[in-house]
Design a protein around this ligand. Structure first.
Ligand SMILES: O=C(O)CCC(=O)C(=O)O
Ligand SMILES: [Fe+2]
Length: 329
């Protein structure tokens, strides 16, 4: 994004302040050897000139409304500016679980109408829909115009698995996706508006207190960044964040298992992004000490094993406590 520097202070002015330490993610050309090195080492980087989604930089609400086709789009509604993800299939594991957002399906033009008629006090909106073959011809052309040459070369070089999906995100500015990690590699392409990512490497697991694996909020942090409960989550203050602010044309490499909170920057209007999710490559050779992301994977596997063996989510905590308390403590 050419004019990010000139907007820099303006953007920063509107950003939330936090108490943890924040460093910047490097912004580099994709032709810079340093950028290649960061990606191959599984470290985040903002790439300014990949041309990954150049063919989509003209996307706006009118154009998408006209060309997105007749398919259904998943839209989340929230009473606040936070949109915390939850897994439908895990809702029955938690008694009295309250969905933080409502999920509804609508045609694209209906979404745009609701977005345009939004007024304070209404539910906020965030569309999150994987691109599929129901989109109109012009979107297909734009999609084919993505820089597949560059991204496929990255996929090969880094031995990633197949592309699993392109999630299209269309939201209101100030929307927030709270801190979570994903189990796939991600090139996140910004098209319209600005997003601020707060990233945390996988060794921050203990500082971010993820929900149990059986919980609908699996992979999400339990900590409310705006109001952290220092008694329940004392190590949150030790979290070390990296910040990445992306604007149109920027691509963020978001490594697998890296935590991210995504804040649509206020005052820049509708925010449009497309991500590229890739399956992980073959599991690396195990070397000791284990890497942080390998510990996360191991923790998940052990939790899953216990959940499956006990066949009752409410038995998991007492079981783990009985295993550890007074023996490993
Ligand atoms: O942009 C957002 O709000 C969330 C994106 C995200 O979490 C992802 O691409 O993994
Ligand atoms: Fe994510």
């Amino acid at each position: 994004m050419a004019d990010l520097e000139s907007q820099g202070s303006d953007v920063k002015f509107h950003l939330k302040q936090y108490n943890f330490q924040i460093e910047n993610v490097p912004r580099l050309s994709c032709t810079d050897a340093k950028a290649e090195k960061l990606i191959s080492n599984g470290l985040p980087v903002i790439l300014t000139d990949t041309k990954l989604v150049s063919s989509a930089l003209h996307w706006d609400l009118d154009y998408l409304s006209e060309n997105m086709g007749e398919g259904d789009f998943t839209v989340f509604l929230s009473d606040t500016n936070k949109f915390m993800y939850f897994d439908d299939k895990k809702i029955e594991n938690v008694k009295d679980f309250k969905q933080p957002t409502q999920m509804i399906e609508m045609k694209f033009p209906e979404f745009v109408t609701r977005l345009r008629s939004y007024k304070e006090g209404d539910k906020r909106l965030y569309m999150q829909q994987a691109l599929n073959d129901t989109v109109g011809r012009r979107i297909v052309m734009d999609f084919l115009g993505f820089n597949w040459t560059w991204i496929t070369e990255q996929q090969k070089k880094n031995k990633w698995g197949p592309l699993t999906s392109n999630l299209l995100l269309v939201g209101m500015d100030s929307n927030i996706t709270p801190a979570h990690y994903d189990e796939q590699e991600n090139f996140f392409a910004q098209i319209k508006g600005c997003k601020r990512f707060l990233l945390f490497d996988p060794s921050n697991f203990e500082c971010l207190y993820p929900f149990p694996v059986y919980h609908p909020h699996d992979r999400q942090s339990q900590v409310d960044f705006d109001n952290p409960d220092s008694l329940r989550f004392p190590k949150f203050q030790d979290a070390k964040a990296f910040e990445a602010i992306v604007g149109p044309g920027d691509v963020l490499y978001l490594p697998m298992y890296w935590w991210h909170q995504v804040e649509s920057v206020p005052g820049h209007g509708t925010v449009i992004s497309v991500n590229f999710w890739y399956k992980a490559g073959p599991t690396e050779k195990v070397q000791y000490p284990l890497k942080a992301h390998q510990r996360v994977a191991m923790t998940r596997n052990i939790e899953k094993m216990i959940i499956q063996a006990l066949n009752d989510p409410t038995e998991v905590a007492p079981f783990m406590q009985a295993m550890v308390l007074g023996r490993y403590t």
